[in-house]
Design a protein around this ligand. Structure first.
Ligand SMILES: *Cc1c(COP(=O)(O)O)cnc(C)c1O
Length: 343
């Protein structure tokens, strides 16, 4: 069994062919450094066209940096950011957002299926308004969420309504933004600026790049001096074109969306197959490219002994993630192995 027998994460996958081809093309020339090249201009223009609005676009190496720097640009060190208790920024970024902002505190909120609710936000903003409490300034939502669910445009607009009431900016962690857009079947604008999102961290890595996230400011006032923030944080790539050119590859012929649709379809096949097996249930509804499944311990052990790699976290269930490179045959091999172990 090869190393590719995995549902561990979408960042275990390689670089998709379109991104690779664009990188190869960018490699056939010399170009100015630090983002002054034609590829970076083209990628930023491509994202403006994609979102159908005049937004400010920056590129960082990874998602932790994108989220941390975007959140730092939203408030001061004495401000706080409301996020879901399962949010990556809260649980998996090693205090990066607090560090980048010189101390802004994250306030964990609640909601079913990994989705922060307007009520929870309202509660966190209003429970204290005195000077001893870090003043809420932003809401961060993850699309698709850490448990593979998606916020609908209506749900985002409802969060915007509370945000407006309390003068909060909205940050979206879009590590799996493409999968959410594919799942919802909406225009990317409908779940971002049209629904009131101020800044989006759009992941290229999990969609099929080697490296690189786009920080997209729809609220352009928040982007003031952001390039200096990136540079100071060590996030300004010298040979920027090798981050931006692959983005051009992703945007050509809607490759980003095709990759996400494929990953979601594989996850759907996987979820349906698992639900057909006696004694197997899903912890969260399958909406994007992740499947969160309760498997008996001996079945998990057997799968791992057969060479399958996947993670167990968030309440102990098994997380299975599909990507652009997952194949239907791979899904079917996994399902056959589960069936064999259950019997
Ligand atoms: C993967 C991921 C990120 C980014 O992680 P990096 O390893 O820093 O690139 C951010 N948010 C979520 C929800 C993720 O799954």
């Amino acid at each position: 069994m090869s190393d590719s027998e995995q549902f561990a994460s979408d960042n275990y996958s390689g670089i998709c062919p379109q991104a690779w081809a664009a990188m190869d093309e960018a490699n056939r020339m010399d170009e100015p450094a630090y983002g002054e090249d034609i590829w970076t201009a083209r990628a930023a223009d491509g994202l403006r066209a994609l979102f159908d609005t005049d937004c400010d676009v920056f590129f960082t190496f990874n998602g932790t940096a994108a989220n941390s720097l975007a959140l730092a640009s939203i408030g001061q060190s004495f401000h706080s950011v409301i996020c879901h208790e399962l949010a990556h920024i809260e649980t998996d970024e090693c205090g990066g957002p607090e560090y980048a902002s010189n101390g802004s505190k994250l306030l964990p909120g609640e909601g079913r299926d990994g989705k922060l609710t307007p009520d929870s936000i309202e509660h966190l903003v209003t429970k204290r308004t005195d000077i001893h409490y870090p003043k809420p300034k932003a809401v961060s939502i993850t699309q698709a969420t850490e448990v593979g669910t998606v916020y609908t445009p209506d749900e985002i607009r409802a969060i915007r309504a509370v945000a407006d009431k309390h003068k909060l900016n909205i940050h979206m962690d879009g590590a799996r933004f493409a999968n959410a857009v594919a799942a919802l079947g909406v225009h990317p604008a409908e779940v971002t600026w049209k629904a009131g999102v101020d800044v989006l961290c759009f992941s290229g890595t999990k969609n099929g790049l080697a490296v690189g996230e786009a920080v997209v400011f729809f609220n352009r006032a928040l982007a003031e001096d952001f390039e200096w923030r990136c540079k100071q944080a060590g996030q300004l790539a010298s040979k920027m074109r090798f981050i931006s050119a692959p983005w051009c590859g992703l945007m050509e012929d809607e490759t980003w969306l095709g990759n996400a649709r494929h990953a979601n379809a594989c996850a759907d096949r996987l979820a349906r197959g698992l639900l057909d097996i006696e004694g197997v249930s899903l912890r969260y509804p399958r909406q994007a490219n992740g499947v969160f499944v309760e498997l008996p311990q001996p079945v998990q052990d057997g799968l791992r002994a057969n060479g399958w790699r996947f993670y167990n976290f968030i309440g102990g269930c098994s997380r299975l993630v599909c990507s652009w490179s997952t194949t239907e045959a791979q899904v079917d091999r996994f399902l056959a192995d589960v069936r064999g172990l259950v019997e």
